[in-house]
Design a binder for this molecule. Structure first.
Ligand SMILES: Cc1cc2nc3c(=O)[nH]c(=O)nc-3n(C[C@H](O)[C@H](O)[C@H](O)COP(=O)(O)OP(=O)(O)OC[C@H]3O[C@@H](n4cnc5c(N)ncnc54)[C@H](O)[C@@H]3O)c2cc1C
Length: 505
């Protein structure tokens, strides 16, 4: 498990103590409120009596107030945002969450819900002195049904642990992402996380069967059903999926787990240009059909930098683009044959320049590791501006060369990679250090370009703290007003994750 403290990433996630020691010697990120010039809202300030009350509710051990202990919970994964919270609460039950929120709502203390703190848009850390409610101790699996595939658990369960447990029952979690060793299912639900196999298993609005959440005033909303079909009134669970902790705190989750595939095969291919990737995607869908579980792409810069910065092997030579294809099926020989046939056919056609196919767990892991590590590889070289956009597939890669030209020598690297099958590209721009000048070259330019092709400015990471003032590029005024109305209804004092998702009027 990865702690919320992390400085050098992905392959070098550290344990708590090592992380803490590093904070002592490295420069801290600038305070978010100063960096982004935000004004504190009129919430109450934490007083000694509040801390005493929290200790009365949770006991001394689960109320952190020591500055060094609290610091890692104030800083986000990419070290872009830093809050100023003075207290971290670690509830163990829904009842405790409810009591905390009732108290905070009455006192008008702002709250920042926090899961694994792997979010990439600054939503998981406070901006000012919000009370951090970290869900790590709500980590029990309640039940798992081998027949229906329904797993019920508390929100703080780590995604990878759930997947390991599901595998013992011949099931898998329907989502997988590079942060699986740290992110929590409650965080996944609250961000509507997509990930690597959305192409095959769909998004969480489909997989989440039910959930339990606590509203800002402490009311527990029980929608923890495991039924596949339940059309009794409004589908309230969807309000909490993707609302990034602004409408309620998710405390329990019921999720549908697909059957563990008997055969998994991974192919990693070199490709000449992006046009050929799209042709290859079409061909993969028709040749591999129902067994296709992932179709990922990365450009040369993504792979070569990850390989160099994190010392990870690239199993094939250098190519302008790479494609990772994975199949989940029920017959290893059949699936490997299908993938090898696809490889042979497309090598002959010239769409694939070189490639490797494997069903060996170790080899597959090496390939996935390279792909999953791209997200953190740039951080070794400086500050990374991260964009996560949905774009119609025919324009998918167009922005990357445009941004390379626009940034010129101000960028160390500009790389594009992502989930081609979902039209979701991640663009990472590494610069030696954060500057407002670099930021203004990129924003709002990128969002304007995305809006021109009817894309989304956030495909899967959410809006968080970083993007509320750009949300209008993807949501019209009437939709935004309805979102404000919902927020007002569910959290009239606005205590839940303020400064996030909705823009200031
Ligand atoms: C290496 C890496 C790879 C990643 N890959 C992907 C990817 O492929 N796809 C993808 O979608 N994301 C990806 N992410 C982003 C991130 O991992 C996901 O957004 C993840 O779902 C966040 O989960 P978390 O538990 O860390 O939540 P946090 O980061 O702690 O919180 C995220 C948001 O959810 C809220 N929140 C957390 N828990 C709760 C709760 N119980 N109740 C209410 N609100 C809550 C927080 O307030 C915050 O707004 C990646 C991140 C990293 C570091």
């Amino acid at each position: 498990m990865i702690s919320p403290i992390r400085l050098v990433l992905v392959t070098a996630f550290s344990n708590n103590l090592r992380g803490r020691a590093k904070y002592a010697t490295q420069a801290l990120p600038q305070l978010s409120s100063e960096k982004y010039d935000v004004k504190r809202k009129n919430f109450a300030k934490l007083q000694t009596k509040d801390v005493e009350h929290f200790k009365y509710l949770l006991g001394d051990e689960r109320v952190l107030t020591d500055e060094t202990d609290v610091l890692p919970f104030n800083i986000d994964w990419i070290k872009n945002c830093r809050g100023q919270s003075q207290v971290v609460l670690k509830p163990k039950t829904t009842e405790e969450v409810s009591k905390i929120l009732t108290y905070c709502n009455d006192r008008k203390l702002a709250v920042c819900p926090q899961g694994g703190n792997t979010g990439l848009v600054g939503g998981s850390v406070p901006v000012f002195d919000e009370v951090i409610v970290n869900m790590m101790l709500m980590n029990k699996v309640i039940s798992i049904d081998d027949i229906s595939g329904a797993l019920i658990c508390e929100a703080g369960c780590i995604l990878e642990s759930l997947d390991n447990m599901a595998r013992d029952h011949q099931l898998i979690m329907p989502l997988d992402l590079g942060a699986k060793g740290t992110c929590q299912i409650g965080g996944n639900v609250s961000t509507n996380a997509g990930g690597l196999r959305l192409l095959r298993y769909g998004n969480l609005h489909g997989s989440i069967l039910g959930l339990e959440a606590v509203k800002a005033d402490g009311t527990v909303i029980d929608c923890l059903k495991t039924l596949k079909k339940d059309n009794t009134g409004y589908h309230l669970k969807h309000l909490f999926i993707g609302s990034e902790g602004t409408l309620g705190l998710v405390t329990k989750v019921a999720i549908h787990c697909p059957v563990l595939p008997k055969a998994v095969t991974v192919g990693f291919f070199g490709v000449e240009n992006f046009e050929n990737i799209l042709k290859l995607y079409r061909s993969a869908k028709s040749s591999l059909g129902e067994i296709l579980s992932a179709f990922e792409m990365a450009d040369y810069e993504s792979i070569s930098n990850t390989s160099k910065n994190l010392n990870l092997p690239n199993p094939i030579s250098d190519y302008p683009f790479y494609v990772l294809v994975e199949t989940h099926g029920s017959n290893e020989a059949h699936d490997e044959e299908k993938l090898t046939k696809f490889l042979t056919k497309e090598m002959e056609s010239g769409l694939i320049l070189d490639g490797t196919v494997s069903s060996e767990p170790k080899k597959m892991q090496t390939i996935w590791n390279l792909r999953e590590s791209i997200a953190g590889a740039g951080l070794v070289k400086g500050y990374v501006f991260k964009y996560d956009v949905s774009i119609p597939q025919k324009f998918y890669y167009d922005l990357v060369p445009v941004l390379r030209k626009r940034m010129g020598d101000k960028a160390v690297t500009v790389c594009g990679y992502g989930h081609v099958g979902d039209g979701n590209i991640h663009i990472n721009i590494t610069v030696p250090e954060y500057t407002k000048e670099a930021s203004s070259i990129l924003e709002p330019f990128i969002f304007e370009e995305v809006a021109k092709v009817q894309g989304s400015i956030s495909a899967e990471h959410g809006v968080g703290f970083r993007k509320p003032h750009y949300i209008h590029y993807s949501k019209d005024k009437t939709a935004l007003q309805l979102m404000r109305d919902l927020k007002q209804l569910m959290d009239p004092n606005g205590i839940l994750n303020p400064y996030k998702v909705l823009p200031e009027i």
